[in-house]
Structure formats: structure tokens, C-alpha cells
Ligand binder design. Structure first.
Ligand code: SME
Length: 165
């Protein structure tokens, strides 16, 4: 299947999520490789939402307890490793809950991989046994760029793409 980047996406955020979700699921139909899934999700979300400044995954390191290691992403250079005890990604991994952060500077222990990030959403990613395998991290250069619409759609997308893993 070929994919052409487009600039005629719906202005409404929920409609845009619905459209890109359908495209991601079509591209990934039958694909089981985790890296291929994460790379595709990062690329297509980043392309669909110009406000997404950094879009990607931190994967639970199987060799180190309670530590995330960077996975596929789109954006400027990300930190390589994040312990569960630190930052927004660490909180999402530790609690197994989405973190919606309107102002990253107000979040205790926030890790500034790129000082231009002002707000972010981090969604935990689970496998078929509800075991945490990664987190999806999306950063924006505007404050309060994310809301519960982003949360609902990104949580649903993570479930649809990774729950058969
Ligand atoms: N802001 C994140 C770190 C990851 S990067 O921004 C790519 C955090 O505090 O977990």
C-alpha cells in the first residue's frame, strides 16, 4: 500500500484522528513486528498533526529493571533512557496511566530532552496480557496542546495497534 502525505485533512481534531487511525490500521493490517508498528504510528501521527513536535515511543528495556529506552520516533534528538522514577514518561510507565501535562515546566521531574517542548501527553502501551511494553510520548511547543480528545483517541489507537502483541 502506498501512502501520500496530505494537507487536506479535516480541521476537526476528532475527525482527523478517525481518519489517521483508519489509515494506520490499514497500513499495519497483518503486521506483527513491534518496531514496524511503532515506526508506522510515529510517522503517520506526526504527519497528520503538524503541532506534534516530538512523536514516538519509549520501550520497556527487557534487560534493565524499571527503565525505558528510546524506540522509533519522529522529531529532534530524544533522551536515550528514562528510568521509571523520572519524568512524564516514567510516571506513565509507573502508574500505567496516561499523563496529560499542560505545562511541562510545572511537572515535577520533567526531563527536558528539547527545551522547546511546552506540553505533552504520554500514553502507556500494553500487550495482550495487559503487560506494559512501552509508552507513546507526544510533545508540543505550545502550552496545553493536548486534551481529553487526544487522550481518548491515542489510548484507543494504542489498544487497537498493540493489544494483539
Ligand atoms: N519529556 C519527557 C522526556 C522525553 S522527551 O521529551 C522526548 C519526560 O519528561 O518524560
Amino acid at each position: 500500500m502506498s501512502y501520500i502525505a496530505r494537507d487536506d485533512r479535516p480541521a476537526d481534531k476528532a475527525e482527523r484522528y478517525a481518519e489517521v487511525e483508519a489509515e494506520i490500521l490499514a497500513v499495519l493490517d497483518g503486521e506483527t513486528n513491534l518496531t514496524a508498528k511503532m515506526a508506522t504510528v510515529s510517522s503517520m501521527l506526526s504527519d497528520a498533526f503538524p503541532a506534534f513536535f516530538w512523536t514516538g515511543f519509549y520501550v520497556v528495556d527487557p534487560l534493565k529493571e524499571n527503565e525505558l529506552v528510546v524506540g522509533p520516533y519522529q522529531g529532534t534528538l530524544g533522551c536515550l533512557r528514562i528510568p521509571f522514577s523520572r519524568g512524564v514518561c516514567g510516571a506513565a510507565a509507573r502508574e500505567g496511566k496516561t499523563q496529560l501535562v499542560e505545562d511541562v515546566h510545572a511537572f515535577p521531574g520533567h526531563i527536558a530532552c528539547d527545551s522547546r517542548s511546552e506540553s505533552e501527553i504520554v500514553v502507556p502501551v500494553f500487550d495482550a496480557n495487559r503487560k506494559l511494553i512501552a509508552v507513546l510520548d507526544v510533545d508540543a511547543t505550545e502550552k496545553a496542546a493536548f486534551d481529553t480528545i487526544d487522550q481518548q483517541w491515542l489510548e484507543r489507537l494504542m489498544a487497537r495497534v498493540f493489544a494483539d502483541t
